[in-house]
Design a protein around this ligand. Structure first.
Ligand SMILES: *Cc1c(COP(=O)(O)O)cnc(C)c1O
Length: 403
C-alpha cells in the first residue's frame, strides 16, 4: 500500500501549508527510521520533541494495544480510568492539584489563556485581562495562541486579533517590570524558547517573572509543551529553575507520539473553570491517556532523567568536535536533549540546507528558525545511535561547507 503513494501526491491532495522533505518514513524502531525505499535514518528530531521514547517502544505499544481492546472513547459526560490514572500521576509528580486534558500543545495553551483570563476577571474585575508574552515565543497555531505567540509571521494576515496581548523581549526583566500592571492577568513564558531558536531563560529571569507576578497578582503560565516530560533532564523544566508556575502546559513528549495535551494548575485557579466553561470532545481520550501514563512511567525515573543529562554531554562533545574542525557554529546551547546549534554568521539563514544535507546522509535533524539546527531526539537514544548519527551529521556539515 505504501508504495502506491509518494511525495508527489502531497502536492495533489494536501493543503500546501507544509513543504515536507522528499522522503516518506514508513517504519521506525528506537531511534532509527526507514523510508519507502528502505533507506535508514538516525532520528535526532524525534518528531519535533515528541517521540520521547523513540519509535515503537514496547511499553507504549503494549499500553496502546491493551487499551484498544477495552474502550477507545467515551464522552465527557463520563470519565474514564486511564484519564484519572494519568491525572493522579501528573498531580503526584508536579506542583499541580488539577489537570485538564486536550489533544495538542495549542489546545493546552488555549485552555491556559482562557483560564487565566477567567480567573483574573472573576477575582480582579473586568479590566484585568491582559496577557504579557515574549517576542519570538511560540505557543501554537490557534488564533489566540498565535496572537500570544511572539512571531508576527504566524498571526499576521488573518484579520483582527484577540485584544489585550503585549510582547516584550525575552530574558529581559526590566521590560517586564515596565509592562506589568494590576491589569495583567498572566505572564506567559517558555522556559526555553524552542521554535524561537532553543534559547534558555536565565534563572534570574524566571525567578524575577515569578516575583513580578506575585507583586501584581498575575498568573505565571509556563509553556512546557516542548521542554516538558524529561526533555531537560527533569520531569519539567521549572524544576531545574526552582520556580513554581500557576499554570503549566504540556504536550509533545507527553504522548510519546500519540496526540495528547494537558494543562496543569492549582485547585484555587482550576475552580474558575466551572462545568460548561471549557471542553474538548477528544480531550482525556482513554487511548491517549493510557499511552501517556506509560510514557511517564518510563520517563519519570532517575535512570531515564540521568540518562538525558549524560546524553546531553555526549551530544555537546560531538558538536564541539565538529565545530572545532569546521567552524560552522557560533555557539551550541540548550538543556538536556533539547539542543540548538546556532550557525556562525557565514551560514546564518541556512539551517534548512543543513537539515536537507543531513537527510541525504541518513540523519534527521530539525531547525529552530533559519539560524539554528535543532536536536530533540528520543530521551533514551542509544549511544551507538548518537555516534552513527553524528558521523553522518558531520558528513552533512562538510557537504554544506564545501559546496
Ligand atoms: C509545539 C509547541 C506548541 C504547539 O503544540 P501543538 O501540539 O503543535 O499544538 C506550543 N508551545 C510550544 C512551546 C511548542 O513547542
Amino acid at each position: 500500500m505504501s508504495q502506491t503513494v509518494n511525495r508527489a501526491d502531497f502536492d495533489q491532495v494536501m493543503v500546501p501549508n507544509y513543504a515536507p522533505a522528499d522522503y516518506i518514513p514508513v517504519r521506525g524502531q528506537g531511534s532509527r527510521v526507514w523510508d519507502q525505499s528502505g533507506r535508514e535514518y538516525v532520528d535526532f528530531g524525534g518528531g519535533i520533541a515528541v517521540n520521547a521514547l523513540g519509535h515503537a517502544h514496547p511499553a507504549l505499544v503494549k499500553a496502546l494495544t491493551e487499551q484498544a481492546q477495552k474502550v477507545w472513547h467515551v464522552s465527557n459526560s463520563l470519565t474514564n480510568e486511564p484519564a484519572l490514572q494519568l491525572a493522579h500521576k501528573l498531580v503526584d509528580a508536579t506542583f499541580a492539584d488539577r489537570v485538564f486534558f486536550c489533544n495538542s500543545g495549542a489546545e493546552a495553551n488555549e485552555a491556559a489563556f482562557k483560564l487565566a483570563r477567567r480567573w483574573a476577571i472573576e477575582t480582579g474585575g473586568a479590566d484585568k485581562f491582559e496577557i504579557i508574552s515574549t517576542t519570538n515565543s511560540f505557543h501554537g497555531r490557534t488564533f489566540f495562541t498565535v496572537t500570544v505567540g511572539g512571531q508576527p509571521k504566524y498571526s499576521d494576515g488573518f484579520g483582527p486579533r484577540p485584544a489585550g496581548v503585549t510582547h516584550i523581549a525575552y530574558n529581559d526583566l526590566d521590560a517586564l517590570r515596565a509592562a506589568i500592571s494590576d491589569k495583567t492577568a498572566a505572564v506567559v513564558v517558555e522556559p526555553i524558547q524552542g521554535e524561537g531558536g532553543v534559547l534558555p531563560a536565565s534563572r534570574e529571569y524566571l525567578q524575577g517573572v515569578r516575583e513580578l507576578c506575585n507583586k501584581h497578582n498575575a498568573l505565571m503560565v509556563l509553556d512546557e509543551v516542548q521542554t516538558g516530560v524529561g526533555r531537560t533532564g527533569s520531569l519539567y523544566a521549572y524544576m531545574e529553575y526552582g520556580v513554581t508556575p500557576d499554570i503549566l502546559t504540556s504536550a509533545k513528549s507527553l504522548g510519546g507520539g500519540f496526540p495528547i495535551g494537558a494543562m496543569l494548575t492549582t485547585e484555587a485557579i482550576a475552580k474558575h473553570f466551572a462545568p460548561g466553561t471549557h471542553g474538548s470532545t477528544y480531550g482525556g481520550n482513554p487511548l491517549a491517556c493510557a499511552v501517556a501514563s506509560a510514557v511517564l512511567d518510563v520517563v519519570n525515573t532517575p535512570a531515564t532523567l540521568a540518562g538525558v543529562r549524560t546524553k546531553h554531554d555526549k551530544f555537546l562533545t560531538k558538536l564541539d568536535a565538529i565545530n572545532a574542525s569546521t567552524g560552522v557554529f557560533e555557539t551550541v546551547r540548550g538543556m538536556g536533549l533539547l539542543i540548538g546549534a546556532v550557525l556562525a554568521d557565514k551560514y546564518k539563514g541556512r539551517a534548512k540546507d543543513f537539515m536537507t544535507a543531513a537527510a541525504k546522509e541518513g540523519v534527521i535533524v530539525l531547525q529552530a528558525g533559519p539560524d539554528v539546527v535543532r536536536f530533540a531526539p528520543s530521551l533514551i537514544i542509544e549511544d551507538a545511535d548518537i555516534d552513527e548519527g553524528m558521523a553522518r551529521f558531520e558528513r552533512a556539515v562538510r557537504a554544506v561547507t564545501s559546496a
